[in-house]
Unconditional design. Structure first.
Ligand code: IFM
Length: 991
């Protein structure tokens, strides 16, 4: 993935100048020639046909209708404006012919006449800038639609002033479309060896500005010689000047640098194609909206692509051939449980394209350039590919797509095919058929779909064990073609662009009893006229979201980009359905089979609480929805109350595999987390309380929260064993998963005590606040008047390990007696996966997979003496290999609060770039949303030290001193009890 360094780079490769009106004062000559042309032509129409037309205005008509366009386009615009219909003719028409091309030829003759008679004046300020640019080693090009470009340059004495020229004759010879198409600018940049993103376009006409903008040029400068400023800005000029004397080389460089920073910080780009990294790119470019997620696979998937659609809640029985958390891990079926694996469904953006029978795709050698961009601001993934078939037969394909945030069942896609220098037959197949359905999507059995309206592609499946139905309805059209169809065959001419649009409607039987009907109705309700509106509605949702979730770090574009990448994935992973929560890899990949872990409450939830609390509530309601499953689980352990599943899907049953099998050797490794990692239960209680404190959402606490707090507290009282005056919790796995069957894990016990105490608080609140509702709930759950006292006593008696004489909290009983393991630095952040295979051995070592005791300081920053935090950090940090993506963010937060700036920054960067740089090597199977949540928390609660009071959030007194070294400033906003609070910290100026 293209990584932008935070080192400010404001250099640029080239400046491309328009000619007329920018370099030469030929606009007047053109305006006069156009006026003469139409004066004569309108007079002729009056004489011959009795028509009366408004005369051509050399100021307004010139700017609005002809300026900057190829000549024949200008003629067409004026004729259309005056309602005159003329035959097109062709470029060989003589100037006397009443055709579009005839008039264009007449205009040309008039212009040349003027040119010869009046000569050409040059804008001195432009010439000075050109000279200055060249003196600074910047390449300079000229791009004009005029076929007389060379003649104008010669007449002006400017022939030697440019390093490259593309004029109307060049464009015709190469078959390039005219402005506002960016093709002529691309060609000039290519001739100069300049990257468009590092080049400046200078234009005085709206179509030229638009071309610069569309082509993704680094900076577009508009020159307004009078009355055109608004149009230039509207069409995409980054800056408008009245004369180029207003800018110099360094200002251009500065503006380009600033623009690049702000643009790049909102996008993730991938240039070219690297088969070794493609699965990772597919994960990073996932589009999602909480209801569904689609991996960022190319529209024409390659044979090995992991082209998956995931729909939240669509689970099926485990398929033993599909991997678990890593590609080399397989797991057995989990009995008859029908919801053990999130179903990878067929890719809904699939299409196949041929030109003159040649398939266009990355297989074979036709693809020449490939550039993909995930636009984080708009939630849109786009791609540009240039193909060469035959000898120099060029076709450019641009696509974009999105998963609507406004209508969660709707996917939008557009594909534009531009025949650059040839005519040919374009075939597009939008059928969603998967060639190897059984192997790729073994959970799905195709079902017939009857009575399908013509022109739609309908796919209907049923999952094998859970019996859920999934329906996809694809509807495609050729813009201007006026019909829907699945397969298209169109004869296209040189320079033509065919634009296809598609909507895909996705429904499952989880949405209602008749998903096929729902999907068909939804598809048919879409109107092509409202396609742009549908995109705008999606973008508007993202805009709202960014108003709450964006974090700005001025001057640090790479950091901003990565933070936005995190907020993008966190936000698009969750929505409003309380039957689902967010899995360990969200809806972006197959790892962990879509299971929900403690990741949701402990790592992701705070981000949502303070940006979209409605989403946080939904995630917590999922735990209420699965409470019965948690009750059954507690019973199966011989306990009371509710114990949440370590890995959860639909009903709350635990779906953690009991063993994993290595695909290579077949060796089996036991997994203890499912039976022993019970701290997840207190993690849910912690999430509930944190949400309550931040929102004071009484309805939630009364209707859902209190019940969960009671049932989880009951679990702890029955799970802990009384030994004398103390209660102990034995036989657990703590957050550090290298040690199983341990006793009194400090984190687990501390969390359990928190859970018990908050249950007491919640009951007291409800009794006082909603006595009737409390009576009903207490009756239903059989809570006696004494029971809260039992929880208080249990909290008091529970053995919660504290700091020893050196200030270190022991991770669990006996940890300090384990064998030391000198951890080689090469194994830090790159824990060998094989370590897990040595499960007996690692149980004997002082070696941690991830933060365990440090989790306590992360979640309860003010609950421990600073000396204990520092001593424990010093003890555990060197013993941790960070084999989990959750670990670096926690270390960053704790180190930041301790003022260990170097450690804090190092860990934070690990966490921040974990997916963007595929630091763990496993982003191929999905991104890591818990790591993203940890990164956010490390910034907000670690570096900034945000704490809350009734007055709202405030940063720590010393936040400015804790900021990462090269930061000037950071600004964000946090929601707290219904209000949004802006927070900012400037170095040396804390607020
Ligand atoms: O929940 C985590 C766990 O802490 C470490 N292994 C991966 C799980 C899912 O992210």
């Amino acid at each position: 993935m293209e990584q932008h360094d935070d080192m400010h780079d404001s250099g640029f490769d080239a400046v491309l100048f328009d000619l007329d009106g920018v370099v030469t004062r030929t606009a007047e000559l053109h305006a006069t020639a156009w006026t003469e042309l139409f004066d004569g032509f309108f007079e002729q129409r009056r004489r011959e046909l009795g028509e009366s037309h408004r005369p051509f205005d050399p100021a307004t008509d010139y700017l609005a209708l002809v300026d900057g366009k190829p000549r024949y386009e200008g003629v067409r615009s004026v004729l259309a404006d005056r309602g005159i219909d003329l035959p097109e003719g062709d470029p060989t028409d003589d100037p006397g012919r009443a055709s579009v091309h005839g008039l264009a030829a007449r205009k040309d003759a008039l212009f040349v006449e003027r040119l010869r008679e009046d000569g050409v004046q040059v804008f001195a300020s432009t010439l000075a800038l050109i000279r200055d640019l060249r003196a600074h080693g910047v390449k300079v090009g000229v791009v004009t639609s005029s076929r007389n470009g060379r003649e104008v340059l010669r007449a002006a004495g400017l022939e030697g002033c440019f390093d490259a020229r593309v004029d109307g004759l060049d464009a015709a010879a190469l078959g390039l479309a005219g402005k506002p198409d960016p093709a002529p600018f691309f060609e000039c940049a290519r001739r100069l060896g300049a990257a468009p993103a590092r080049s400046v376009v200078v234009e005085d006409a709206a179509p030229g500005v638009m071309a610069g903008r569309r082509g993704g040029f680094g900076l577009v400068v508009g020159v307004d010689r009078g009355g055109n400023r608004e149009a230039l800005v509207r069409n995409g000029a980054d800056a408008v000047v009245a004369d180029l004397g207003e800018v110099d080389v360094s200002q251009l460089a500065e503006r380009l640098g600033a623009k690049r920073e702000s643009v790049l910080a909102w996008r993730v780009e991938q240039e070219g194609f690297d088969p070794a990294r493609e699965h990772e790119v597919e994960s990073l470019f996932t589009l999602a909206n909480g209801y569904l997620g689609v991996r960022g696979t190319l529209e024409a998937p390659l044979p090995g692509s992991r082209a998956d659609l995931f729909v939240a809640g669509l689970y099926d029985r485990k398929h033993p051939d599909l991997p678990y958390s890593e590609t080399e891990f397989l797991t057995e079926e989990r009995g008859d449980y029908p919801y053990s694996e999130l179903v990878p469904a067929p890719f809904p953006f699939r299409l196949a394209l041929t030109v003159d029978g040649e398939p266009l795709g990355l297989v074979g050698s036709h693809a020449r350039e490939l550039r993909r961009v995930l636009d984080l601001r708009r939630g849109v993934l786009s791609a540009q590919i240039r193909y060469e078939t035959g000898t120099d037969v060029r076709t450019r394909v641009r696509t974009w797509r999105c998963a609507s945030l406004d209508d969660l069942h709707l996917l939008l896609q557009e594909v534009a095919i531009h025949l650059e220098n040839h005519s040919g037959t374009v075939e597009l197949d939008t059928a969603l058929a998967v060639p190897d359905l059984e192997a790729r999507h073994p959970h799905l059995v195709p079902l017939p779909a009857d009575d399908v309206p013509p022109g739609l592609d309908v796919r209907r499946f049923r999952t094998t064990a859970s019996g859920l139905e999934l329906c996809l309805v694809s509807r495609a059209t050729l813009v201007g073609g006026g019909r829907n169809d699945v397969r298209w065959r169109v004869a296209a001419t040189i320079g033509q662009t065919l634009t296809f649009r598609r909507t895909v409607s996705v429904f499952t039987s989880r949405d209602g009893a008749a998903p096929l009907e729902a999907a068909l109705d939804h598809a048919l309700a879409q109107s092509w006229d409202r396609f742009d509106d549908a995109l705008a509605a999606h973008v508007a949702r993202w805009k709202d979201l960014w108003e709450r979730a964006d974090i700005s770090v001025p001057g640090r574009p790479a950091t901003e980009q990565a933070l936005r990448f995190h907020a993008y994935h966190l936000s698009s992973a969750a929505d409003h359905d309380p039957r689902v929560s967010v899995g360990a890899r969200a809806l972006s990949g197959r790892a962990y089979e879509g299971h929900v872990f403690w990741d949701a409450e402990i790592f992701m939830l705070p981000f949502h609480i303070h940006t979209r609390p409605g989403v946080a509530r939904t995630m917590l309601r999922y735990r209420h929805h699965t409470l019965d499953g948690a009750r059954r689980r507690a019973r199966s352990m011989g306990c009371r109350g509710a114990c949440y599943a370590w890995e959860s899907t639909v009903t709350g049953a635990d779906v953690t595999p009991r063993t994993i099998r290595l695909a290579t050797t077949g060796a089996e490794i036991p997994i203890f987390t499912g039976t022993q990692q019970i701290h997840v239960t207190a993690g849910v209680a912690h999430g509930i309380w944190r949400y309550w404190e931040a929102t004071r959402d009484e309805a939630f606490l009364r209707d859902h929260g209190v019940e969960m707090l009671i049932e989880t507290a009951r679990f702890w009282t029955s799970r802990a064993s009384r030994e004398g005056p103390r209660l102990h919790i034995r036989g657990v796995v703590g957050p550090d998963e290298y040690h199983h069957s341990v006793d009194d894990n400090a984190y687990t016990n501390h969390m359990a005590r928190f859970n018990l105490e908050r249950a007491v608080d919640a009951v007291a609140w409800m009794e006082a606040r909603s006595p009737e509702a409390w009576e009903a709930l207490a009756g239903r759950l059989g809570v006696s008047a004494d029971e809260p006292h039992e929880w208080t006593e249990a909290a008091r008696d529970l053995h919660v390990p504290g700091p020893n004489a050196e200030g270190v909290i022991e991770q669990f009983e006996g940890f300090f007696d384990l064998e030391e393991y000198p951890l080689p630095s090469r194994e830090r952040f790159k824990a060998p996966v094989s370590r897990l295979f040595d499960w007996k051995r690692i149980n004997e070592l002082q070696l941690l997979k991830q933060a365990d005791v440090l989790m306590l300081f992360y979640l309860f920053p003010d609950a421990f003496p600073r000396e204990a935090v520092a001593a424990s950090y010093r003890y555990y940090e060197p013993r941790t290999d960070h084999g989990s993506s959750l670990s670096p963010g926690v270390h960053a937060a704790v180190a930041a609060r301790l003022g260990l700036r170097e450690d804090a920054e190092r860990y934070w960067r690990e966490s921040l770039f974990l997916d963007l740089s595929n630091r763990m090597g496993n982003s191929t199977l999905g991104v890591h949303p818990a790591c993203m949540g940890a990164t956010w928390q490390a910034l907000v609660f670690g570096f900034l030290g945000v704490h809350f009071s009734d007055d709202g959030p405030a940063v720590a007194q010393d936040a400015a001193a804790r900021l990462p070294e090269r930061w000037r400033e950071v600004a964000l906003q946090l929601l707290w009890r219904g209000r949004s609070y802006p927070l900012s910290v400037e170095r040396r100026k804390p607020r």
